[in-house]
Design a protein around this ligand. Structure first.
Ligand code: BV8
Length: 246
């Protein structure tokens, strides 16, 4: 089912909930100008995953992987959060318990004011020493040297999770706990194909939560969720705030 109006039973459940969890994907940043991954004009139609988003790619040609991340970082420098990010940050102020789980690495939720954030796939502004695993923030973009090295001469990698890599220890467990314990689970701007993130709406539904989807196109989970709001999240999310700001 999909429409822009908020059905009565959805509005009532959302307005009276105490515990909310949200899973976001690239679609929540689309209106900020960040490219999504799948779909007709998505990243993966232009760039080969195997060349830029796997540990083997980095092993083979770290400079080529860093060219892709350096370009994304440089674009992100002039990108701002959009009404969808701000609506989620405003919701967090209302609910006694609110967790924002994101697949995105762009850091826009934090810039919009969200506090309780679980970054499943890391953060594009963090780098990891490939020898010591030390994580630091590196804001410089574009970088002078690709791949960048630290003062020990160690090569630095983006502190993100590539395909074929495990998520950071404890991160998925924390996200699954939020999905298990929430009353309402929002899924915003994700095609719900990447695992293990895509299992979170299933965990929420199985644990009795009402699952609401906000997406531009039908996804793998649209038949499964309680309600799908088809449209741009910058338009479909803010009306939820009217239900709780009374
Ligand atoms: C792992 C970081 C253990 C890097 C990313 C089980 C089954 C099948 C496959 C697997 C499985 N377990 C593991 C795999 C393999 C793989 C995987 O899931 N492959 C998929 C493609 C089948 N998973 C992994 O490798 C994971 N590791 O599980 O470790 C293991 C290891 C080896 C073997 C087995 C197990 C690690 C996955 C993390 C990969 N890293 N990103 C970077 O970003 O540079 S994933 C990448 O995809 C991004 O993080 C992105 O967020 C994520 C998901 O994409 P979406 O966010 O959903 O974006 P997409 O473009 O697809 O969709 C956009 C949506 O928004 C659409 O619905 C669109 O309609 C909507 N939209 C657009 N505009 C708007 C909008 N909605 C609202 N408003 C708008 N304006």
């Amino acid at each position: 089912m999909a429409d822009e109006k908020i059905p009565r039973h959805v509005a009532d459940r959302f307005a009276t909930a105490k515990r909310l969890a949200v899973l976001t994907g690239a679609g929540v940043s689309a209106e900020s100008g960040v490219e999504t991954f799948r779909g007709e004009d998505g990243t993966w139609s232009k760039v080969n995953v195997e060349d830029v988003a796997t540990p083997q790619a980095f092993e083979r040609d770290p400079a080529k992987v860093w060219q892709w991340y350096d370009l994304r970082r440089d674009k992100l420098k002039s990108i701002e959060p959009n009404p969808a990010h701000y609506a989620l940050a405003a919701m967090e102020q209302h609910f006694p318990h609110f967790a924002l789980i994101t697949q995105n690495i762009d850091g826009l939720h934090k810039r919009a004011g969200s506090k309780n954030i679980i970054e499943l796939h890391g953060n594009i502004w963090e780098v990891r020493d490939t020898v010591t695993d030390e994580i630091t923030v590196l804001r410089e973009a574009p970088l002078k040297e690709l791949p960048p090295r630290n003062d020990k001469g160690h090569t630095l990698r983006p502190n993100v999770v590539w395909f074929g890599e495990m998520l950071p220890p404890g991160v998925m467990e924390a996200a699954a706990r939020e999905a298990e314990n929430c009353e309402v689970f929002l899924v915003v701007g994700t095609s719900a194909v990447v695992q293990p993130a895509a299992s979170l709406p299933i965990i929420a539904k199985r644990s009795g939560a009402m699952v609401l989807e906000f997406t531009l196109h039908w996804t793998e989970i649209s038949d499964f969720v309680d309600h799908t709001f088809l449209g741009k999240a910058g338009k479909t999310l803010p009306p939820l705030l009217d239900l709780i700001s009374k």
